[in-house]
Design a protein around this ligand. Structure first.
Ligand code: CP3
Length: 340
């Protein structure tokens, strides 16, 4: 299958850069909000026909160049025998919370992917109607572990950080188990039809560079090494524009960059064989169209002729972004250079 996204991931795109958005199906979208009034988030993730419908919304409404599976990084908890909750207030929760070595030892990773069959059914359903590539995903093991241990991010990851100090060995065992389950999960997503995967290690930025290399990189490396020869692998973390050197050493297919540094400078610093994705500040989509246009033109001009460039945001679309602005953004990127 030839497509702008897959070509750009292979650093061989001679046409316009592809564009898609992290959280492209979300609360900023009236059609998404209408579904959310009828169904809980848990229901939306667990019912293949609903999850497939939501996955398709940005394709039909925005005409983006890729679909991303509508699911969550935390469903992996179910493959390890835990439950997930998405309360209306205050972030997702994993039940029971993981607080000690005993619990980690007893987490079973046997046959991990089979418990997530609803995700694979969603993928199969989406693939029937899709003319652009489908991106699958999982969380970075460290980020997933913070949700197992600290339950909500409001606690500043106090328990995770204490565990690192007090019993590093059992925390590594937990990360090992999450990594094994994640690799099995991604392989099954690929078997059912996803054509690229993105790994979201969102909370890697709470660690010093030294701790990042102990608690994140070895597990990301295992995932990249297991998947890279099957489909392209995109790595994302908060502050990736500060940690691109370490991420590049893992030799992923692509690095998804945040907005803290200029994309053209990052492109020069990252080996040419690795594609780059990003890095519009999510806030920009709340500003007036003229401001968006100026920023898009600057970015597109600075990246002109780059065969390995994918337009995206530095992080997900913010829920209070006007839908019409997102539409304008996608259209303006696709129509660059503007006709006089
Ligand atoms: O990008 C996409 O559109 C694909 C779907 C997707 C979701 N979550 C759906 C979702 C993806 C790729 C994720 C990843 C995810 N989930 C991450 C990593 C990416 C990131 O944003 O840093 C993390 C840390 C999570 C955990 C999670 N799930 C949180 C903290 C929350 C609550 C915060 C929030 O945005 O509301 C969720 C819920 C969640 N997952 C929503 C969506 C669309 C919110 C939807 C709603 O309330 O209706």
């Amino acid at each position: 299958m030839s497509s702008l996204l897959l070509d750009a991931l292979r650093c061989s795109n001679l046409n316009r850069p592809p564009v898609w958005l992290m959280r492209q199906a979300g609360r900023y979208m009236p059609q998404y909000r209408a579904l959310r009034e009828k169904y809980s988030l848990w229901e939306m993730f667990h019912h293949p026909e609903l999850a497939a419908q939501v996955t398709m919304l940005p394709i039909t409404l925005l005409d983006v160049d890729a679909a991303i599976l509508f699911s969550d990084i935390l469903v992996i908890a179910e493959s390890l025998g835990l439950e997930i909750e998405f309360p209306n207030q205050g972030g997702p929760r994993v039940v029971p919370q993981i607080t000690n070595k005993e619990q980690v030892v007893h987490l079973s990773i046997l046959d991990a992917a089979s418990k997530l069959s609803y995700v694979f059914e969603t993928i199969a359903e989406v693939k029937e109607n899709l003319s652009v590539p489908l991106i699958g995903f999982c969380g970075g093991p460290f980020t997933v572990a913070t949700y197992f241990i600290d339950s909500t991010s409001k606690e500043q990851f106090e328990r995770t950080k204490r565990w690192m100090q007090e019993d590093p060995e059992s925390l590594h065992l937990l990360l090992d188990k999450i990594t094994t389950a994640s690799i099995a999960y991604l392989k099954e997503q690929i078997k059912t039809g996803v054509q690229a995967v993105q790994v979201f290690d969102s909370w890697a930025n709470i660690l010093s560079l030294e701790d990042f290399s102990i608690w994140c990189l070895p597990y990301l490396r295992q995932i990249v090494d297991a998947i890279r020869d099957l489909v392209p692998v995109i790595l994302f973390c908060r502050d990736s524009s500060m940690r691109y050197r370490e991420l590049a050493e893992l030799k992923p297919t692509c690095i998804s960059l945040d907005a803290k540094r200029s994309m053209s400078a990052l492109r020069k610093a990252i080996p040419e064989s690795i594609a780059v994705q990003g890095n519009i500040p999510p806030d920009l989509l709340k500003s007036p169209p003229s401001e968006m246009q100026r920023h898009i033109e600057e970015l597109m001009h600075s990246m002109k002729g780059q065969p390995g460039f994918i337009v995206n945001l530095g992080h997900g679309v913010l829920p209070d972004t006007p839908f019409e602005h997102v539409k304008y953004f996608i259209q303006t990127v696709k129509e660059y250079p503007p006709k006089l």
